[in-house]
Design a protein around this ligand. Structure first.
Ligand code: PMP
Length: 304
């Protein structure tokens, strides 16, 4: 069980986490009509009286965009201000994860997005490693990622996560840590809650945004960091067979950070991962605000 942070933002105020509850008849629970974000925060290792949030602006922007699909006008700055207040109220002392969430909140039946109340809440959990930093084994999922023509994949919509959940459980029940989903074209897409990168001949390759991936903020950061480090980056469709023979494969996400892949089904990957390790080291330094060149990615919140 993960520990929650003491206070949640719920119905426009901060209340103890245990009091932030909704009805069993809540519309979004039945129809998957919610959207969410997920950010990591840490006490500043150089000054624990200060909290660091990685790319707060981008996370708020993405949630505000997701809200549009729910026909809900939620400006990014409203989300940002609420998250900053949330951190000040909770004063976290360990690394944590913030979950801002919007949903159709009426008690009502019939799937729709018009003429229905929406609400916004925020809660947080203490969170250390989400996946083993040593590396994970993956299965190619028998479930395929949704297609943008039938699902708004540029939003982070709750309903999409049935597919992620099926892929993850299928992988775990067959002895793997994680599932890798292909898109409807049969190209490599992403993992249950992470984007995917491969390294071939010193080049960093990842499926492009037109490949039905979620536009991951960690993915975007890694592409920038890699380019700044002089690593050639390519966004293009990736074949399943390339994945199986790649020099390195890793998963990326807010919770997973950079997680190396050590095996895909019965294909073992090398335990030497120079590019993955270089990127991981750099990303850690950036999120801990130890890298002067990326200070604008780190939002600092003094707790006093
Ligand atoms: N894909 C999916 C399906 C996800 O849920 C996530 C996690 N939000 C990601 C990719 C990675 O996105 P990010 O780097 O923004 O956390």
């Amino acid at each position: 069980m993960l520990n929650s942070l003491p206070f949640a933002y719920f119905q426009n105020k901060f209340v103890p986490f245990a009091e932030a509850n909704i009805s069993i008849a809540t519309h979004a629970l039945h129809y998957g009509t919610g959207a969410f974000g997920g950010l990591r925060g840490i006490p500043d290792p150089q000054n624990p009286q200060q909290i660091l949030l990685f790319r707060l602006d981008r996370h708020c922007q993405r949630l505000s965009q997701s809200a549009k699909f729910l026909r809900y006008d939620l400006p990014a700055d409203k989300i940002e201000n609420t998250i900053v207040d949330f951190v000040r109220v909770n004063k976290p002392s360990t690394s944590f994860y913030i979950r801002p969430f919007i949903y159709t909140s009426d008690i009502g039946i019939a799937p729709r997005l018009h003429n229905i109340e929406k609400q916004f809440f925020v809660y947080g959990l203490e969170l250390g490693d989400y996946m083993s930093p040593e590396g994970v084994s993956c299965r190619i999922s028998s479930w395929y990622r949704q297609e943008d023509r039938s699902f708004p994949l540029k939003g982070k919509i709750t309903g999409a996560y049935i597919t992620s959940s099926l892929a993850k459980t299928e992988a775990v029940e067959s002895g793997f840590d994680e599932g890798i989903l292909m898109n409807s074209q049969g190209k490599v897409c992403e993992a249950s809650g992470m984007n995917i990168f491969i390294v071939r001949n010193g080049q960093l390759i990842t499926p492009g945004v037109e490949q039905d991936i979620l536009e991951g903020i960690t993915r975007d950061s890694i592409l920038t960091i890699a380019q700044d480090m002089g690593i050639k980056t390519i966004e293009r469709p990736v074949d399943k067979s390339e994945l199986l023979i790649a020099d390195e494969v890793f998963l990326s996400g807010t919770a997973a950070k950079i997680t190396p892949v050590k095996r895909i089904e019965n294909y073992e990957l090398s335990t030497t991962r120079p590019i993955t390790e270089k990127l991981r080291e750099k990303l850690t330094a950036i999120t801990e605000n130890r890298d002067d060149n990326y200070r604008e990615w780190v939002y600092t919140i003094p707790l006093e």
